[in-house]
Design a protein around this ligand. Structure first.
Ligand code: NAD
Ligand code: UDP
Length: 339
């Protein structure tokens, strides 16, 4: 069976993808520097699946570790998750973000070329649609202007990877544009474990539920949306992970570049998320309304047709599943992996 290298595979989406790849019969190799994760997530992946993962600790910017991995393993496909992703931090530390996100990508491409590895899947984001495009976003739209350096790194990395694929006809590239991944594996053994105060909505809600934060602030209720709060396309991380398995199959069988949205196509407002979490778990989420957060768009959701047509993939889990599984993970692991 084919072997897939997960760069940044110990993180939230990588660990869930590792489970789905192993369950589909792939061999999995992970490289991570644990900047935003810990090896415990991969131990748990092994417990869930009963299979082993070959784990390398190292920086994906570093050619020597990637060369070693390509020498010691026959890698058929790379999935590039290794990036910094905190929007606010990227505004404060743009150089750190450009250095880490762009350099990891360049190192992977250079080492892939040396080793003759021809398939790569990239973790991109709906943020590249920018401010100009109307919802729902589809893959034929021109990319827009990003509101922060994190978004620009994604937009630039898409360009770099595309240029490399145009120049090398042997390459196969799938740019996966994620919408808002939330939830956790149904076992409650792996999940999202943000460091410090969570930036994203669902981890914040989960920490209020478990008593680590006093209350949620809803950022703005005067948007031009049905209830005045922003609407997003929340997708269960296990559905997202399954989309990666389909993308690997696709990349192995084709050449060239494909851009694919991974979303559900259905938006929910912040208020609907809070209500759904309370209903699915029976836990009250204390919340107040505050100012808008700079850079937030009123709405972001996918046209999810291309993923269905090209990959035969669509999201299957409900918002209730997302809330229940988030709570299952958070209540079983109130302090995350406790690294
Ligand atoms: P995460 O932080 O949990 O995972 C990223 C992993 O990459 C971490 O384990 C981190 O330690 C590792 N990493 C970062 N820089 C590295 C480096 N130089 N060398 C080795 N390892 C490195 O984040 P995630 O939510 O799993 O996201 C995975 C990818 O998906 C990221 O590229 C992110 O930007 C992208 N993405 C995430 C979301 C989201 O909402 N979670 C949305 C769109 C896109
Ligand atoms: N949000 C909020 N309070 C928080 C965190 C987020 O009201 O503490 C809102 C945010 O304004 C946005 C939505 O929740 O409308 C999703 O935010 P998140 O950061 O999770 O995702 P993104 O902004 O990347 O879509």
């Amino acid at each position: 069976m084919e072997t897939v290298l997960l760069a940044g595979g110990a993180g939230y989406i990588g660990s869930h993808t590792a489970v789905e790849l192993l369950n589909s019969g792939y061999e999995v190799v992970v490289v991570d520097n644990y900047y935003n994760s810990c090896p415990e997530s991969i131990k748990r992946v092994e417990q869930i699946t009963g299979k082993t993962v070959k784990l390398y600790e190292g920086d994906v910017k570093d050619h020597s570790i990637i060369r070693t991995i390509f020498k010691e393993n026959k890698i058929d496909c790379v999935i590039h998750f290794a990036g910094l992703k905190a929007v606010g931090e990227s505004v404060a530390k743009p150089i750190l973000y450009y250095r880490n996100n762009i350099d990891t990508t360049l190192t992977l491409l250079e080492c892939m070329e040396e080793a003759g590895v021809e398939n790569i899947i990239f973790s991109s984001s709906a943020t590249v649609y920018g401010e100009e495009n109307p919802v729902p976003y589809n893959e034929d739209m021109k990319k827009g202007s990003c509101t922060n350096p994190y978004g620009w790194t994604k937009s630039m990395m898409e360009q770099i990877l595309t240029d490399a694929t145009v120049a090398n006809k042997n390459l196969s590239l799938v740019l996966l544009r994620y919408f808002n991944p939330i939830g956790a594996h149904e076992s409650g053994m792996i999940g999202e474990d943000p460091q410090g105060i969570p930036n994203n909505l669902m981890p914040y809600v989960a920490q209020v539920a478990v008593g680590r934060r006093e209350q949620l602030t809803i950022f703005g209720n005067d948007y031009p949306t049905p209830d005045g709060t922003c609407r997003r396309d929340y997708i269960h991380v296990v559905d997202l992970a399954k989309g990666h398995v389909k993308a690997v199959e696709y990349a192995l069988a084709h050449k060239g570049v494909e851009i694919i949205n991974l979303g559900t196509g259905t938006p929910y407002s912040v208020t609907e998320i809070v209500e759904s979490f309370e209903k699915s778990t029976g836990v009250e989420i204390k919340h107040v309304y505050g100012d808008r957060r700079p850079g937030d768009l009123p709405e972001s959701y996918a046209d999810a047709d291309k993923a269905w047509k090209l990959l035969g993939w669509k999201a299957e889990k409900s918002l209730e599943d997302m809330c229940r599984d988030t709570w299952n993970w958070q209540s079983k692991n109130p302090n995350g992996y406790e690294k």
